[in-house]
Design a binder for this molecule. Structure first.
Ligand code: SF4
Length: 424
């Protein structure tokens, strides 16, 4: 058996149905006992694949220093409408995710693992349920694994909201005075990692740090799973080598080869201009544009689309997804959406709205209990910058062809009473 030293890794052996536990053990047969999985994890340089990019070992060390009952939470909520990667992973290699979670639980001394999948996604729920059932009789001394199915919402996948749900059935983010901050279920310290991070921990546990670092860049090692959406022949989930030029990833996904811009990091992320697609897909290369890989989403906007209309749709939906606990978020985000609508409509109101948008972003930023409003502010600022030509056209009363077309590119769930902008 040869270790998957090239791609695919996480999707090695993946087929049209989930691998059973027996198939998983054959496919990813251990090379041999490692001296210490924790040492290997540290040497691997793995950073979380859920969005924040926090070093996995630092989280583990923090939790190891805690006493009493502890928990591991596997975040498979996939709150971003444009993301499909964790669902794909849990539907093909669920045991890789569960094995990584078990390794993490052993490292921190946790007795329970809670796997969280949105209840709206019944297929994935079924696959995970089956995989947990298969493992139940394997090792009675190992941590107990449960499946939890919160309702799907954008903020429900935020890690403190997930822990809040497990603690008392409320999907509301919790105020965290500073990071890193230890989340708790009851009094039990809780480690939250997303499904892809757990799967990488499992592979590092089996093949070691050196193997893991044989892909990616020295600063951002390994492979990453990317959801490519927007102007693509069909939404695609690809595992790619970190450091691959973004243009090459888009080509592999059958995306528009000459797009206007690509949104990175989901709806709390920012845009990369079409001229910059030779940039390697890694945190250190993207830092030059104040961007990061984030939650592994590339949403492609073609030249014929209107960036302002698309930004308005996203911000309106993100405002709707606020948990409405904090004023800047509950009132500020709908105001940003209204301002963007004024810009779309153009004229004198639009000119005033551009000034208001900039001012509001400064007022909202950093004032929510969670990072939801900060993400929206980042997205709005980036949209104003990257689509400045579109904005100028709207302000002059000449909306672009993209605005007049009914074709939209970003995946945004429909809202009740939403007005569709139509020009005659
Ligand atoms: S910032 Fe927004 S989403 Fe976050 S806790 Fe406050 S109201 Fe909820």
């Amino acid at each position: 058996m040869i270790a998957p030293s090239s791609l695919p890794r996480l999707f090695a052996h993946a087929g049209s149905r989930p691998l059973s536990l027996e198939e998983h053990e054959v496919a990813f047969r251990r090379f041999g006992p490692l001296a210490s999985v924790l040492d290997e994890l540290e040497a691997s340089g793995l950073v979380g694949r859920g969005g924040a990019g926090f070093p996995t070992t630092r989280k583990v060390q923090l939790l190891r220093s805690q006493r009493g009952h502890k928990y591991v939470v596997v975040n498979g909520m996939e709150g971003e409408p444009a993301a499909h990667k964790d669902n794909r992973l849990l539907s093909t290699n669920p045991h890789l995710v569960l094995e990584g979670a078990t390794q993490l639980a052993t490292m921190i001394g946790a007795s329970r693992i809670a796997v969280c999948v949105a209840r709206d996604n019944q297929t994935v729920v079924h696959h995970v349920e089956h995989a947990i059932h298969e493992r139940a009789g394997e090792d009675s001394r190992g941590p107990h694994i449960d499946l939890h199915t919160p309702p799907w919402r954008y903020v429900a996948g935020e890690e403190s909201a997930l822990v809040h749900w497990l603690d008392d059935n409320e999907s509301l983010p919790q105020y965290r005075p500073g990071r890193p901050h230890i989340l708790r279920i009851g009094r039990g310290a809780t480690l939250v990692d997303n499904a892809e991070t757990c799967a990488n921990v499992a592979l590092i546990g089996r093949y070691g740090a050196q193997w893991f670092r044989s892909l990616g860049t020295p600063e951002h090692p390994g492979s990453v799973v990317v959801s490519v959406t927007g102007a693509v022949t069909r939404p695609n989930v690809l595992e790619v080598n970190l450091g691959t030029p973004i243009a090459a990833i888009l080509a592999a996904a059958g995306a528009d080869p000459n797009p206007q811009a690509v949104l990175l990091g989901g709806y709390g992320g920012a845009w990369l201009r079409g001229e910059d697609l030779a940039t390697p897909y890694s945190n250190e290369a993207l830092a030059a544009y104040q961007l990061s890989v984030g939650a592994g989403i590339l949403a492609v906007l073609p030249r014929e689309a209107c960036g302002v209309v698309e930004a308005n749709r996203v911000v309106r939906w993100m405002a709707h997804e606020s948990a409405r606990q904090c004023g800047p978020c509950a009132f500020g985000l709908p105001a940003l959406a209204d301002d963007l609508l004024d810009v779309v409509r153009g004229g004198r109101e639009g000119i005033a709205a551009v000034a208001r948008l900039k001012e509001r972003c400064g007022v909202i930023e950093g004032r929510g209990a969670c990072r939801h409003p900060d993400g929206v502010v980042r997205f709005v600022r980036s949209s104003i910058d990257v689509f400045s030509a579109d904005i100028d056209n709207h302000l002059r009363g000449v909306p672009c062809a993209g605005a007049r077309s009914r074709q939209r590119y970003l995946t945004v769930p429909a809202l009740e009473n939403e007005e569709e902008l139509i020009w005659e």
